[in-house]
Design a protein around this ligand. Sequence first.
Ligand code: ADP
Length: 397
Amino acid sequence: MKVLVINCGSSSLKFQLIDSESEQCLAKGLCERIGIEGSMITYSPEGGEKEKTETPMPDHTEAIRLVLEALTNPKTGVVKSLDEIGAVGHRVVHGGEKFAESVVIDENVMKAVEECNDLAPLHNPANLIGINACKKLMPTTPMVAVFDTAFHQTMPEEAYMYGLPYEYYQKYKIRRYGFHGTSHSYVSKRAAEVLGKKYEDLKIIVCHLGNGASISAVKNGKCIDTSMGLTPLEGLIMGTRSGDIDPAIIEFIAHKEGKSIDEIMSVLNKKSGVLGLSENLSSDFRDLEEAYNKGDAKGIRTIKTFCYRVAKYIGAYVAAMNGVDVICFTAGVGENAALVRTSVCEYLGYLGITLDQDANHKRGEDIAISTPDSKTTVMVIPTNEELAIARETVRLV
Ligand code: ADP
């Protein structure tokens, strides 16, 4: 079956068409600036040339119409007609406590996702717009929602509760949810597969380090803790997000700089993280690594602080699971930045880890980067959220 995977944001839409039998991506692309002047669609068929076309996209329905047109284009398309697309898988950011698994989308599901809008006001409404636009253009094609939060729904109460008045949980469902679940699930399962071990027998820590970053503890095939919380702001230091801070800092900055809560939240989400720490040098680890290697104080401070936080979370999850068998690195930074992996693992001597630096410098493979005599295995597993969404979609339809 050919599955169209859609990841819809408020003004952008990423897509991939995946052949579920071969698990190959047939074509992929991106619509940008939807509803804004200068809309653009990028389309790359497998093995073909990447095309970038500026064309008006007043709304998401028009964006999806252009995606379907590109996929069926007689010259550069990869299917003859839309009938060849057997199902659509949608990434949905927040499933609240309602969804512990992916689901086939129907009216009730749409309503339940809408009820989670409060918890992800920037993401869920955009995801729903994408689903509605697809339904308009492909009314008979089955669609599945795959939630970023679902994998983490197995966390026990002691891991998901905050130390706040319990009534906030009762009234507003304020608790820790976690995100990047599709990636944490895919990577942890893949690690077990590559090692030839049973998923249910392992204690795995997954470090998803991209522009957004989170860590999870997966014990015997179930997520028992993760670093993001009610929103993706909690946990690690990220590209532009602060991660954990003392909540009193918000009041402190409000007084000192005369900022509103909204303004401070914008600083914490968009101007903090490695971007803020590096005095706006960059949010991209390629630039930060270059600075670090030149001995630049901003680069050194930023990478050291980022890695220390990762190592601290790993320590916490070793405690939570009473041990660890495998530590996986994934996503843009985790897969590419050998320096970050080395710096994190320097803290992990107590786990009997020695890195094999030749393996640590390879790219794009599922690979163990610790020496065979290491007591804990460290791996790089490139994530593939689109493939995971396509697999879930096929499983359910
Ligand atoms: P997201 O999906 O959260 O936007 P990604 O997982 O794609 O993020 O990660 C993007 C980040 O990965 C970039 O901002 C950059 O910091 C980092 N990155 C990508 N390639 C490299 C590389 N070759 N070396 C170091 N860091 C890299």
